[in-house]
Design a protein around this ligand. Structure first.
Ligand code: PLP
Length: 399
């Protein structure tokens, strides 16, 4: 039977303490034990089903983690206080001093900065490359390589990673394939396609409300248990725990994710087709002109569409800024970083979420200084939105 992330979540029955239809929220940092021996066993990881202390596991986070594992088709999941916490914990759990990582050069700027500037403190070396060049990936493998890191749809260039092929390369060399699926939840199921670990910024589409940051790591039970190990688990020891009140609200939002993704995708596809008609320079992986279109089509769970991320190239930062200011004034959305929100958000990637990437590297990877990245919202009347965008471009003498 075909794997469907939304049906997997729907099939979960998570009752609250008094038969509540929403799981109860845990308002406790610590938990009692009726027998002292049970506490000892829980510390040693020998007793299952008991909660010890909320930085380790707490019931609210477990409910959300179980729902995320169901969505990804992984044995288990772990939730964190931010996407960066998920990414850094996953990397530090796998890599030690002297190890090597192969990473896509186009990733979220914070991920790039962590790998480029922070991992050097731990003597962990990173080769950044064009992740769509599979021969380059193969050639970059060294005896000390531990991981291939990529984003399914890369931020902000919207390149598509060939997850089945990257998985083959990583399996052939005993590596872990770690995939950030923040841009494409439900659209692509990386673990089903061979990823070992799937990370998320839940701040984005998964929560969809821009009221909190949060992150997740979906993986095997062994890996999740290793993160929580009281002796050497990165998540347990660095402690980026998600607040249970937040995890409870994210869980409720997760149950509408499939509907939201379809609408984000529908709206972005509408804009892409209109941008095409008007002759604008734009980038959307849902049109056959995009280099990754066939690949994404072959990997995706089709009913969710090609996603809500689209970019247009205004060529200069000045023009990009002018367009964004005009669009905000016209009520199209907000000039703000982040994505996956019910309102449209736009930002100039090179000057914001990718500003950690030096400008020469930005140009080398093909990122224009005038790139305006849109996270298309859930607008009910996207034609009306397009007319407003068109009016802004006309006022700038671009159309
Ligand atoms: N991964 C991607 C693709 C992102 O766009 C972001 C954005 O911030 C992150 C990870 C980091 O997540 P967070 O801001 O929740 O720490």
């Amino acid at each position: 039977m075909k794997f469907d992330p939304a049906s997997s979540i729907q099939d979960l029955m998570q009752f609250g303490e008094f038969g509540d239809v929403n799981p109860s929220v845990t308002d406790s940092a610590t938990y009692t034990f009726m027998k002292a021996d049970t506490m000892t066993g829980t510390f040693k990881g020998e007793t299952e089903g008991c909660f010890l202390y909320s930085r380790h596991w707490n019931p609210s986070n477990k409910y959300l983690a179980d729902a995320l594992a169901a969505m990804e088709g992984t044995e288990a999941a772990w939730v964190t206080a931010s996407g960066m916490a998920a990414i850094t914990c996953a990397i530090l759990q796998i890599c030690s001093s002297g190890d090597h990582i192969i990473s896509s050069v186009t990733t979220y700027g914070g991920t790039y900065a962590f790998m480029k500037n922070y991992l050097t403190k731990f003597n962990i070396d990173v080769t950044f490359l064009n992740i769509t060049d599979l021969e380059a990936v193969k050639a970059a493998v060294r005896p000390n390589t531990k991981m291939i890191y990529t984003e399914t749809m890369t931020n902000p260039l919207l390149q598509i990673s060939d997850l089945p092929e990257l998985s083959k390369i990583s399996k052939a060399n005993g590596l872990k394939l770690v995939v950030d699926n923040t841009f494409t939840p439900m659209i692509v199921s990386p673990a089903i396609l061979g990823a070992d670990i799937v990370v998320y910024s839940m701040t984005k589409f998964i929560n969809g409300k821009n009221d909190t940051v949060g992150g997740a790591i979906c993986a095997s039970l062994d890996f999740v248990n290793s993160l929580a190990d009281v002796n050497d688990g990165t998540a347990m020891l660095l402690g980026p725990v998600l607040d249970p009140f937040r995890s409870s609200s994210i869980l409720k939002n997760l149950h509408t994710l499939h509907i939201r993704m379809k609408q984000h995708s529908y709206n972005a596809m509408y804009l892409a087709n209109k941008f095409k008609e008007t002759g604008l320079k734009f980038n959307y992986p849902g049109l056959p002109e995009h280099k990754g279109y066939d690949l994404l089509t072959s990997m995706m769970n089709k009913e969710y569409g090609y996603g809500g991320m689209i970019s247009i190239d205004m060529e200069t930062a000045e023009k990009a800024n002018e367009l964004m200011e005009r669009m905000q004034e016209a009520g199209i959305g907000y000039l703000a970083v982040s994505l996956g929100y019910f309102k449209t958000l736009f930002s100039n990637s090179g000057k914001s979420t990718s500003s950690e990437v030096p400008e020469d590297v930005q140009r080398e990877m093909g990122m224009s200084e005038g790139l305006v990245r849109f996270s298309v919202g859930l607008d009910n009347d996207i034609e009306r939105t397009f007319e407003k965008i068109k009016a802004c471009l006309k006022d700038m003498n671009i159309l």
